[in-house]
Design a protein around this ligand. Structure first.
Ligand code: ZN
Ligand code: ZN
Length: 469
């Protein structure tokens, strides 16, 4: 089948007089259909209805929990409700982390309560908690540079700040403190790790998130304090007084569980064995409703596939390649879903991997990671998105987290639609990640963008891959 197609493609190249000199291009009909999809999406509010239902009827859905299983059942039902027939779940085993009650307070120089949240994968403290002097570091780099004994027997505090940015670079620069801070502190003999929340808000709410586990160092309790609490610690540290902190934290790590990826697709026609993959992640942290992270992404990619299906029914035009939505399980704490998908589908050619996982802001730019010969096609996709306010960015893009795992592991090509994340990290991984933060009009614009990208990736006269890494 594959060989026959290649022969047909070679014959088509010859018939066109040798395509080497001719940049690849879309036909007018495909571009007209893209415009139709865009208009259909802009008249539709399916994405809003989906995120409203997911946050209202399911709520927080940490991987492997009963709510995660309910979310997977809900998602399959919702996808069928969009007229899609090829809907299924692919289960996988994983080890999960479960939060228990936790509290922290400053003991000296001034007793004060601290608003905190344990980090995912943190171990529990002993039942009576841990009390120790604080070893204060301005950022992760300072901790890494410390070759002294200062952290030994202490609670390391990293005062890493997160700068607000449209494209999330401030988060990217800061998140290492959360992810690697506990291991770096444990290596230096610390008894616990605390840090300023990786977030851009000024609210008295702590941001959770995953931390790395390194089996060569002891696992220590780790938690984030709210930004105003971190400010308090910084002021007291500035006064030159030693700080003492107490933390008590319950948690269970490495609990055996099952989660699943949810898949839905529109089968392709002549290139049905190639996959155009749109994705989001179905799991969320246990705090909040997972509205922005990543209920919005779930709603956007499901609605985009729904628009393609609706258009196929109206016009009889189905995509050449199979367009598949995957809602990944456990993005938040280990990428188990992405890794399971990659293993199961490793032998299948992927024309595109992509993910919507940056909240509910409008798409403002499109980056790619495709082979050079496909660049004219990707530029043509960007031109279709220009009326939606989207700029073309470079060919060094990185898609969302799960899709990036797949891109790097399999060299599958990618398109990244960059959303406006100016306010995303105000609520990310907190109790404040709730439905009221979602703007229905911005969701609709996202759906229109993804519908166009999916369609034109499916119709492309060339493979987009392999991705240049
Ligand atoms: Zn996410
Ligand atoms: Zn997240």
């Amino acid at each position: 089948m594959l060989q026959r197609r290649r022969l047909l493609q070679a014959a088509a190249l010859l018939a066109s007089g040798g395509a080497a000199a001719q940049p690849a291009a879309y036909g007018d009909e495909d571009l007209r259909h893209a415009a139709l999809l865009r208009d259909l999406a802009l008249r539709d509010n399916a994405a809003w209805r989906l995120v409203e239902a997911l946050t209202t009827e399911i709520g927080p859905r940490p991987a492997g929990s009963p709510a995660d299983a309910r979310a997977a059942a809900w998602a399959q039902e919702a996808l069928r409700g969009l007229g899609l027939q090829q809907v299924r779940a692919e289960p996988f085993a994983l080890r999960i982390w479960q939060r228990g009650p936790a509290a922290a307070r400053l003991v000296a120089p001034v007793p004060q309560p601290l608003v905190m949240a344990a980090l995912g994968n943190s171990v529990a403290t002993p039942p009576g908690g841990i009390e120790a002097e604080v070893a204060w570091y301005p950022d992760l780099a300072a901790l890494r540079a410390d070759t002294s004994d200062r952290a030994r027997g202490r609670i390391v505090f990293i005062d890493q700040k997160t700068e607000r940015s449209r494209d999330g670079r401030g988060y990217g620069a800061a998140v290492g403190a959360r992810f690697s801070g506990p291991v770096e502190a444990a290596r230096r003999g610390a008894v616990a790790l605390a840090l300023r929340s990786i977030g851009t808000d000024r609210d008295r709410i702590a941001h959770t998130g995953a931390m790395a586990v390194d089996l060569t160092v002891p696992r220590i309790p780790a938690f984030a304090v709210s930004v105003p609490d971190a400010d308090l610690l910084a002021r007291l540290h500035g006064r030159g007084q030693p700080l003492r902190m107490h933390v008590v934290l319950e948690a269970r790590a490495d609990v055996e569980a099952v989660s699943q990826n949810v898949l839905a697709e529109i089968p392709g026609t002549d290139l049905a064995d190639e996959i155009v993959l749109l994705s989001a992640h179905l799991d969320s942290w246990d705090v909040g409703q997972g509205a922005l992270d990543d209920g919005a992404g779930v709603a956007i990619v499901c609605a985009a596939l729904g628009v393609l299906q609706q258009a196929a029914q109206q016009t009889g035009r189905r995509p050449r390649r199979t367009v598949r939505v995957v809602l990944f399980g456990n993005e938040e704490n280990g990428f188990d879903g992405a890794r399971d998908y990659g293993t199961r589908h490793a032998a299948v050619r992927h024309q595109l991997v992509s993910e919507s996982d940056f909240g509910a802001g409008r798409v403002w730019r499109m980056a790619s990671r495709v082979q050079p010969a496909a660049l004219p096609l990707v530029d043509a996709i960007a031109a279709q998105l220009a009326p939606l306010g989207v700029e073309r960015a470079g060919n060094d893009g990185s898609p969302g987290p799960d899709a990036a795992v797949l891109m790097r592991r399999h060299k599958w090509p990618a398109i990244a639609l960059g959303q406006d994340g100016t306010h995303y990290f105000d609520v990310h991984h907190t109790e404040n990640d709730t439905l009221d933060k979602v703007d229905p009009a911005a969701l609709t614009q996202n759906v229109a963008c993804w519908a166009v990208v999916a369609w034109l990736a499916a119709q492309a006269p060339l493979p987009f891959g392999p991705a240049p890494l």
